[in-house]
Design a protein around this ligand. Sequence first.
Ligand code: DON
Length: 305
Amino acid sequence: MTDQRVHDDLVAILEETREIGWGEPADYLRDVQRRDLDALAAAVCTTEGEVVGVGHHDRALALQSVSKAFTYAVALQECGLDRVLAFIGVEPSGEAFNELSQLSDGRPFNPLINAGAIMAQALVPGDTLEDREALLLDRYSALAGGQLEVSEEVLRAEQVRADRNFALAHMLASSGMLDVDPHEVVQGYLRQCSVEVTTTQLAVMGATFASGGRNPVSGERVFDERVVQQTLSVMLTCGMYDASGGWVTQVGIPAKSGVSGAMLGVVPGAMGLATWSPRLDSHGNSIRGVELFRRLSDRWDLHVL
Ligand code: DON
């Protein structure tokens, strides 16, 4: 596919999905997202490093839950698969992202729901919150090929309504799973959710996964292939929360969504795709984003099966 064809298809599909006007952003993010409510963007980065972005693809948005996939990969890379599996399972939970019943035998079901993401944050090596964040930001930035930072504005909104996340961290602590202070772990988790990227950078992060862990633009190896395989496997089966089954049948690529309206998709060996539109459905997934992916998957035959 030529860059021009990719660009034209993205523009056409963006215009088709712009018509979907319903859906609300998350309540607690309403102030932060006020000016971006109708933002709409899509970007592709191929494994050859060709980048195409359309719509508001250069505007900053928070990673939110998309960060869960990246932190899981960092934990796998740093601690090894066996250790991570001892603390975090790989089964879909079939429940909302922040449900409190997220532990089976004390272990979170998977790393892409909040309990598992909080656990993954706790596995990132480092003596302090700052050490862990420095490592995460370094790896996230290498994935994106540009320096990423935490948005203090998003972080403040997250901190106001973090009760469920604190509850989950305390549940993990009471099962003897945390050797770090639960409050500190939640702070780290909220900070990783508040890291800002552009839609184009998110597509490059996806393309690094699509390339087996090597950033196709910068050439830097960020993760081992086995780490990428593990991460993409859970993205395929668990990345869209309790809408994951429908996603696999209809779109059929590993993906992760965030409450900011961000969506990341990975077509192994081919491309990373990112979309952004803050209006959400009842699962907390971007309405236009899901539709964009559905149409792109059809048009470009992206389904991995
Ligand atoms: O844990 C939370 O509530 C947020 N910081 C992230 C949630 C999120 O992105 C859920 N996804 N749709």
